[in-house]
Ligand binder design. Sequence first.
Ligand code: FES
Length: 150
Amino acid sequence: MAEYTLKINGKSYTTNAPEDMPLLWVLRDLLELRGTKFGCGAGLCGACTVHLEGAAIRSCSFPVSAVGSQAITTIEGLSENGDHPLQKAWQEHGVPQCGYCQTGQIMNAAALLKQNPKPSETEVEKAMQGNLCRCGTYTRIKSAILSVSN
Ligand code: FES
């Protein structure tokens, strides 16, 4: 057990946690930031995607002890009022079905656009292929991302 002070969504949070505790559980269970979802717990589905210094990571497979002073952004901090261009595009395209995986999808897409503001359709497919959706919303996800980027 150790004390961690984490920079999340521009705020400072201090909590005690086991060193090997995945960031996902620190966010959800200790800090009550529950927008980040648990899917597989093994780095395979992308439901738990958050940003570390702007890059997408899988928080289920990232120990809290590895965060240090790096800035974390979760879906709660992606925009002030749910008005990030991707969040608006998600609404306009009616992307979610059950919705469970969508915060991870949006966070991965936001990291992609930060790195590559005008990705091709193929680049979007490639970047998003590791974020699984059991409802099969892939076509709408791709359309929403391309509507923001092109
Ligand atoms: Fe982290 Fe599936 S819950 S990748």
